[in-house]
Write a protein that binds this ligand. Structure first.
Ligand SMILES: [Zn+2]
Length: 459
């Protein structure tokens, strides 16, 4: 069996040289056999636990309460079994008790090169410090995606992003600096100005939320601009799921005349999962962190099963993230992907949030599972809403969907029937469908709201 390269025992960004034609940014780690990945994980986790125990009162107290010390962890199984999980509310509480940073940071603010926060889309934003090391690593996670899909230093990136406090797209920018490509800022401009800038400066890569990429396509049509004829050849998306959902991806790809890819990030943990170049979903960057996908009891799920993603970052050294419950539902796939990567695949990207799970007649249904199937029926457009209410026995789901432009109203009943049949056949439950007129559903610029949960809370 091959042995682990000694360099991998250190935090070593930008390992080695690569040929321009290589499909991998770091072939050594991206194709590393599972046994070596696990060996690497154990060494890095042990070092990280000791680092956090020595420097971070938040973790030291947590581990003392759990009656463990870092030296107790002698295997990945020990790590999965004995190390307590944390989640965002624990860090938010620490920051609230002792603002601004709480007792969960490892380095004094003097070492924090950048200070950002989460997007706030699920509540109070969490403050995120980055050291220089964290920033370099966080950026490099994006390069795995950029390089893997064929983007090179000769490309130029357009950032349709306001450059606010949200860490996600800043890290995408750090990635472009790492790659050595050109950056064009769309900050401080309205959407029409951004479209004009794209026409003038001819970037080859668009970075935005999927919702905003679609918003620009629709606005461009109104302005008489053909986005599919612009210089954009790749679109890169983060901030919300979408680029792995077939209907959404098709609209973006045909609208921009480009290939669309997703990066699944957790702002406080990193740009953790660059998209698969073969568009199967996202691969967890296993040389920069450790992830397990667990069931409701915290036990790892089997290959192909859905569970909650729990992550540990080897990059976030300013505010360590260890066994962090993301509340994101993913389908775990281990094994070698068609793209050649051995890294854990989140098949189909993020499938939803643990809070969003729907139960119909004992079957757990994930909102994304419904979204994926919309592409199975011709004539369904990219704007839709899922409404969930609590019936007398079950959750009840209603899908509102707009047709594609130009679809005649006479076909709406066929679309409704077709979707109901697809849901029944592929998910095994009855879901009602309502095709509404084009333009009837609200439009969003940054992130779309597609999931409406009308169920009573605290049940
Ligand atoms: Zn892949």
């Amino acid at each position: 069996m091959p042995s682990l390269n000694a360099n991998m025992l250190q935090h070593e960004p930008l390992l080695g040289a690569r040929s321009r034609s290589s499909a991998f940014w770091n072939e050594y780690t991206e194709t590393m056999p599972r046994e070596l990945l696990d060996e690497l994980h154990l060494k890095r986790l042990q070092a990280l636990l000791r680092y956090a125990y020595d420097r971070v009162p938040f973790y030291r107290n947590l581990y003392q309460e759990a009656d463990m010390v870092p030296e107790d962890i002698k295997s990945l199984d020990d790590f999965n079994r004995y190390v307590p999980t944390i989640d965002k509310k624990d860090l938010l509480r620490a920051q609230a008790v002792n603002p601004p940073w709480g007792d969960s940071v490892a380095l004094s603010p003097d070492y924090n090169l950048y200070q950002f926060q989460t997007s706030g889309s699920t509540g109070t934003p969490l403050r995120i410090p980055f050291s220089l090391h964290s920033q370099l690593q966080y950026g490099e996670q994006w390069v795995y995606l950029y390089w893997g899909v064929g983007i090179r230093p000769s490309d130029s990136f357009y950032f349709a992003f306001p450059w606010g406090m949200f860490a996600g797209f800043w890290s995408a920018y750090w990635g472009v600096r790492c790659l050595g490509a050109t950056v064009i800022s769309g900050g401080g401009l309205n959407s029409e100005q951004r479209l004009r800038q794209i026409q003038l400066l001819k970037p080859t890569v668009l970075v935005s939320t999927p919702t905003y990429a679609i918003y620009l396509i629709e606005l461009a049509k109104e302005l008489g601009i053909d986005t599919s004829a612009t210089s954009i050849r790749y679109t890169i998306h983060a901030g919300e799921p979408g680029a792995s959902i077939p209907t959404t991806r098709q609209v973006i790809e045909s609208g921009w005349g480009a290939k669309a890819f997703e990066l699944y990030g957790v702002a406080e943990a990193g740009a953790i999962a660059p998209g698969c170049p073969d568009q199967h979903g996202c691969h967890f960057a296993e040389d920069q962190g450790y992830a397990t996908v667990v069931d409701a009891s915290g036990n790892p799920v089997g290959d192909g099963e859905v569970g909650e993603n729990v992550v540990t970052s080897y990059c976030q050294m300013a505010q360590p993230i260890i066994k962090y419950r993301t509340h994101d539902l993913v389908r775990a796939h281990y094994g070698v992907c068609s793209c050649g990567r051995t890294w854990l695949l989140y098949d189909g990207g993020v499938l939803g949030r643990t809070d969003d799970m729907i139960t119909i007649k004992g079957t757990n249904v994930y909102p994304a599972a419904i979204e994926y199937l919309l592409a199975d029926v011709p004539g369904v457009g990219s704007h839709y809403e899922l409404h969930v209410a609590r019936g007398s026995l079950n959750d009840e789901v209603m899908v509102k969907v707009e047709p594609q432009p130009g679809v005649s109203a006479e076909t709406y009943p066929h679309i409704e029937k077709g979707l109901q049949q697809v849901f029944k056949t592929k998910i095994g439950v009855s879901i009602s469908v309502n095709v509404v007129n084009p333009g009837e559903l609200p439009r969003y610029e940054l992130k779309a709201k597609r999931f409406f949960d009308h169920r009573p809370k605290n049940i």
